[in-house]
Design a protein around this ligand. Structure first.
Ligand SMILES: *[C@@H]1O[C@H](CO)[C@@H](O)[C@H](O)[C@H]1NC(C)=O
Ligand SMILES: *[C@@H]1O[C@H](CO)[C@@H](O)[C@H](O)[C@H]1NC(C)=O
Ligand SMILES: *[C@@H]1O[C@H](CO)[C@@H](O)[C@H](O)[C@H]1NC(C)=O
Ligand SMILES: *[C@@H]1O[C@H](CO)[C@@H](O)[C@H](O)[C@H]1NC(C)=O
Length: 823
């Protein structure tokens, strides 16, 4: 078949050849297609030269050696020019349009040179061909639509219509082909981006570019074009959540992981490499407390969290890729801090505790207190309480405010200040507590009077002591405080006292030392009752009293004074007695008084001298002068006795009296001797007691009668009368009831005088002559109407010896107000 086709083609060429032959006679020209088989006949060159076949051998027809001998040869038998080797037009002529091979044909004898041109015609023996089988094209994904990318042209060695004629692109959605024909007719294919690219959808395209020639049997060549879509940072990182939420305990430690944020970036490479950051406007507080790991997006605690400071952290996070320009994505994070009971309650004194007065009513507000707990919920619920039982309580006011009020009556003297411990406990688990001690002072109120430890004080002072002597210090105490306990002492002048004690005593108002302001005479005043008051300086002030009994101690400063028989000092008393008197006859009785008291007033009588010492005897205690024996005729009728009267003081004070006794023959005693009743027989005590009772009764009766008579006499007011009641009126000294009574007989001469009564206050210290225990007739007096001595003398003596008295005759007849010396 092939062979037939070849021949057919050869025939065509021959026909053309002949035509050419005819046209160009001067030159021989053959036209053959390329790639004829070896031995194919190009033409009969001998014939065309005009040479006979027989001459061929003779004339040595041949091809000049410098010609293209390797392609052709001459058949010397037939004179035909045959193809000797493979003729590739493309090798011989390249791309030029005609391809002529000149041959020099040489014949000898004669030597002739003929030129033969052989035109080699192209056949489509070459397929288009791309120099590079695979082309890699990188196109940015953001390339503009219509962008052109020149591709490599294909080559086809053939010429004419066998050469490259068109390109085709394999089917694809994005690119199209454009073929540009250059001025030299070269066709250049271009890839045009027809649709947008998106690396994230398809990052690589494989396209086959086919080049086609125009031969009858079209030949083609292909090239693979790989289009890599270059990433453009056209995707921002995207967080998986638009907002992240997490909770973290406020006690979270350094480095604790809270959460991880995560973003993704569709881009690749650096454009997809994400770094995490805090948002641009993240406050410092967040940056100090948290860290975000830029690679992992892990958020950790790096600072101290405190629910009480910040309950919620809200910030932005940002993810950036490393593209250029970089893209970033955002999300927000809300971190809730979970409260823990990490704050102890706080006790705040809204007002400082004010001192409370001890008389404050129950419910008085002492302090205002506020409790606080920074925690929230139960952790922040605070209960306030007192730690111990005290007379205070807490009164809740509005939320978390309390007032501390008194709960019962206070007494500063019991407890002067309170340390009140407040305990605040929160309700967290475990609960926390705080204590605070507040000191509340109790203010003093002058509610306690000064207090003397003794209710009365007895002080003694000797009479005649010089003024200014310190007597005693009174001291009171006051359990109050400061000026409520600051005491001053004073002497009160009681209105019931006629003599103001303040004129006699002085008290140091600060320390209570009492001084005398004068010298005292026991015989005038025996006792003072000094009311001393201690007064504090409170307002109102309180006071209390104590009575200081000042007793004047007696000193033996008075000489016994004779009341009877000798009224006038120095005079001699006269007494009469019958000569018939038996032994034991009472001649007279010497009566003396001593203004002193007690021992100082005990009076002893002693017969100092006598005309006849054997006749008389003086009773030591009573002063009775009695006969020792019966008076005889030989006895002198005039007897003189010197009687010494001494007291018992230290030193002894004494005086004497002289009594003249006239013994008369015809003198009779009107009243029988009572000496018989003297209790000399102690053995018959019972009988004597009976006698005594009888005597007492009769004597009392006698006394009453005498009194009655005296009273009647006094009342009658008979002038010149010598018997009356004399009462010493009291001029309101401190010894009230000194009441003296002197009894005398009114009819006839006074035989003796008795002094009755005495100091009701101190019986033992009263006039002692008769009331002394040694007195044989102590309590009663016998009054004998014997003497005519004037009564006034006696009074004078009394006055002189008892100077502190003022005597008043109750009869008014002899008003005798004596001395108001102390008034
Ligand atoms: C407490 O004492 C003061 C002074 O003695 C007095 O003024 C005040 O009224 C008293 N208060 C009460 C509640 O008794
Ligand atoms: C408050 O304290 C008192 C005395 O300390 C106690 O008896 C009482 O139970 C306490 N109250 C509370 C609610 O704790
Ligand atoms: C009282 O004060 C006076 C004068 O300052 C002093 O002489 C006297 O000793 C004091 N008495 C007492 C008991 O302190
Ligand atoms: C103290 O004595 C004065 C004067 O007699 C009197 O007014 C006052 O009440 C007395 N004080 C006391 C506490 O007895």
């Amino acid at each position: 078949m092939r062979r037939i086709r070849m021949w057919k083609r050869a025939a065509i060429w021959l026909f053309c050849f002949s035509l050419l032959w005819h046209n160009t006679e001067a030159q021989i020209r053959y036209t053959i297609p390329e790639e004829l088989n070896e031995g194919s006949v190009v033409g009969n060159v001998a014939k065309d030269i005009g040479l006979d076949i027989s001459d061929i051998a003779n004339r040595k027809l041949r091809i000049a050696s410098d010609s293209s001998t390797q392609y052709f040869s001459v058949d010397t038998r037939t004179g035909e020019l045959v193809v000797n080797g493979r003729i590739d037009r493309e090798a011989l002529c390249g791309q030029s349009g005609s391809c002529l091979m000149p041959l020099q044909i040489v014949i000898e004898n004669p030597l002739q040179l003929h030129r033969v041109d052989i035109e080699i015609q192209d056949i489509n023996d070459n397929a288009p061909h791309f120099p590079t089988k695979e082309t890699i094209l990188k196109i940015a994904e953001n390339v503009a639509l219509g962008a052109r990318f020149p591709l490599e042209s294909a080559e086809d060695l053939d010429v004419g219509k066998n050469s490259l004629s068109s390109y085709a692109l394999s089917n694809n959605a994005v690119f199209r082909l454009n073929v540009k024909t250059l001025e030299d007719g070269k066709k250049v294919p271009e890839l045009i981006v027809d649709k947008p690219l998106d690396r994230e959808k398809q990052s690589m395209y494989k396209i086959i570019l086919t080049a086609l020639d125009g031969g009858d049997l079209v030949k083609s060549g292909t090239s693979l074009i790989q289009v890599f879509v270059q990433d453009i940072n056209d995707n921002e990182p995207k967080f998986e959540q638009s907002q992240y939420k997490a909770s973290v305990l406020e006690s979270a430690q350094f480095g604790s992981n809270i959460l991880s944020v995560k973003a993704t970036d569709l881009d690749e490479g650096l454009n997809g490499e994400i770094r995490y950051y805090f948002g641009a406007r993240t406050p410092d507080s967040v940056r100090k407390s948290f860290n975000i790991n830029d690679e992992t997006g892990e958020i950790t605690v790096i600072g101290k969290l405190d629910y009480e400071v910040t309950k919620l952290y809200s910030f932005d996070v940002c993810a950036k890729d490393k593209g250029s320009p970089e893209q970033e994505g955002h999300s927000s994070v809300r971190l809730h801090i979970i409260d823990e009971n990490d704050n102890v309650p706080e006790i705040i004194l809204t007002s400082l505790p004010s001192p409370v007065s001890e008389n404050a009513t129950v419910g008085t507000v002492v302090a205002l207190i506020n409790v606080k707990d920074l925690d929230s919920g139960d952790n922040g619920k605070v209960h306030l309480n007192l730690s111990a039982r005290l007379p205070f309580k807490l009164k809740p006011a509005f939320d978390n405010h309390y007032s501390l009020i008194t709960d019962s009556v206070l007494d500063r003297e019991t407890i002067a200040e309170y340390n009140i411990e407040l305990v605040a406990t929160d309700s967290g688990v475990p609960s926390l507590k705080t204590t605070k001690t507040i000191n509340v002072k109790v203010l003093d109120i002058n509610d306690n009077p000064p207090f003397f430890s003794q209710s009365s004080i007895i002080v003694y002072i000797k009479e005649n002591s010089p003024p200014g002597a310190s007597l005693f210090s009174v001291s009171a105490s006051d359990i109050d405080q400061d000026k409520n306990a600051f005491l001053s002492y004073s002497i009160l002048d009681l209105s019931s006292n006629h003599m103001p004690a303040s004129s006699y005593f002085y008290i140091n108002s600060e320390n209570g030392t009492i001084y005398s302001m004068s010298s005292f005479d026991y015989e005038k005043v025996k006792r003072f009752s000094v009311a001393v008051q201690a007064k504090d300086r409170g307002s109102p002030s309180l006071s209390s009293n104590v009575t200081v009994h000042v007793f004047i101690l007696d000193q033996n400063d008075n000489v016994p004074s004779i009341i009877y028989p000798s009224a006038v000092t120095g005079s001699v008393a006269h007494q009469r007695m019958p000569r018939s008197a038996k032994a034991g006859h009472l001649v007279t009785k010497v009566t003396a008084v001593d203004a002193d008291s007690g021992h100082n007033a005990w009076i002893f009588y002693r017969l100092a001298e006598a005309t006849d010492a054997s006749l008389f005897n003086v009773n030591l205690h009573t002063g009775e002068v009695r006969t020792k024996r019966s008076v005889s005729e030989q006895d002198d009728s005039s007897q003189r006795l010197l009687i010494e009267i001494k007291d018992n003081g230290e030193p002894i004070q004494s005086t004497t009296v002289t009594v003249d006794i006239l013994i008369e023959d015809g003198f009779h005693e009107p009243i029988s001797d009572y000496r018989k009743i003297r209790p000399e027989a102690d053995k018959k005590t019972g009988k004597i007691t009976l006698y005594l009772i009888i005597s007492l009764a009769s004597v009392s009766l006698l006394c009453l009668m005498t009194f009655f008579i005296l009273l009647v006499k006094c009342a009658r007011g008979s002038s010149g009368s010598s018997s009356c009641c004399i009462k010493r009126s009291n001029y309101a000294y401190s010894n009230p009831n000194r009441n003296l009574q002197i009894q005398l007989n009114s009819d006839g001469p006074i035989k003796y005088v008795e002094v009755l009564g005495g100091d009701m206050m101190s019986q033992s210290q009263s006039f002692g002559s008769y009331l002394s225990p040694m007195s044989e007739f102590s309590d009663f007096t016998l009054v004998k109407p014997s003497s005519t001595t004037n009564f006034t003398d006696t009074l004078n003596v009394l006055d002189a010896s008892l100077p502190d008295s003022a005597w008043t005759f109750e009869s008014q007849q002899m008003h005798y107000p004596k001395g108001t010396r102390f008034m």
